[in-house]
Write a protein of this length. Structure first.
Lengths: 116, 118
């Protein structure tokens, strides 16, 4: 079974530029998550999708961050314009639907963003 | 709101020895999951062990075991016979088992960096 795929692995941009990250979850996983992991901290949820609908985006800075999952499969997270404090690793994770859920999330390798 | 606290930013263990990583959490819910995830440098986060709150028996996975104290809201991870490959960041995480918008979201502690000395 293929794991969660993310790209790019690394990205360096100037502040006020834009960037986009892509995630393809494990096949059949209806729930997709984007987490932000700042150096020295644990991951923090940005947004959670169930199929192509948003379940929780309460911690997404909507003035600069956006995310979509149009066909209920892969997802894109965009930052525009980027700030210095957005430097972090962006983790994508997926899980099965609730009724089959063992509670486990499966993570991708992450996309490391550096904003200069 | 639920919180997870890992009070040990760094730990060190000698190869083949045993080490225990601490985690406490705060919740008013009765049904939830607790996890330990391992994150090697520049590699993906993987599940080490999982505990369902309704189960009194402590979970065990090979060299990894937990001490789950529900009343004390404590969830420590014990690694026996430590190996060089165990060196990583370890995150304790909480997940509600209830229906609702936040169901499924993992709440993480800040992590403990484990070093293994040969």
């Amino acid at each position: 079974e293929a794991g969660v795929a993310q790209s790019p692995r690394y990205k360096i941009i100037e502040k006020r530029q834009s960037v986009a990250f892509w995630c393809n979850p494990i096949s059949g996983h209806a729930t997709l998550y984007w987490y932000q992991q700042i150096l020295g901290q644990g991951p923090k949820l940005l947004i959670q999708f169930q199929n192509n609908g948003v379940v929780d985006d309460s911690q997404l800075p909507k003035d600069r961050f956006s995310a979509e999952r149009l066909k209920g499969v892969d997802s894109t997270l965009k930052i525009q314009p980027a700030k210095l404090e957005d430097s972090a690793v962006y983790l994508c994770a997926s899980s099965r639907v609730r009724t089959l859920n063992t509670g486990e999330l499966f993570f991708g390798e992450g996309s490391r963003l550096t904003v200069l | 709101a639920q919180t997870v606290t890992q009070s040990q930013p760094e730990m060190s263990v000698q190869e083949a020895e045993t080490v225990t990583l601490s985690c406490t959490y705060d919740t008013s819910e009765s049904d939830y999951y607790l996890f330990w995830y391992k994150q090697p440098p520049s590699r993906q986060m993987i599940l080490v062990i999982r505990q369902e709150a309704y189960k009194q028996q402590n979970a065990t996975e090979n060299r990894f075991s937990v001490n789950f104290q529900k009343a004390a809201k404590s969830f420590s991870l014990k690694i026996s016979d430590s190996q060089l490959g165990d060196a990583a960041m370890y995150f304790c995480a909480y997940r509600s088992a209830l229906d609702g918008g936040s169901q499924g979201n993992l709440i993480f502690g800040k992590g403990t960096k484990l070093s293994v000395k040969p």
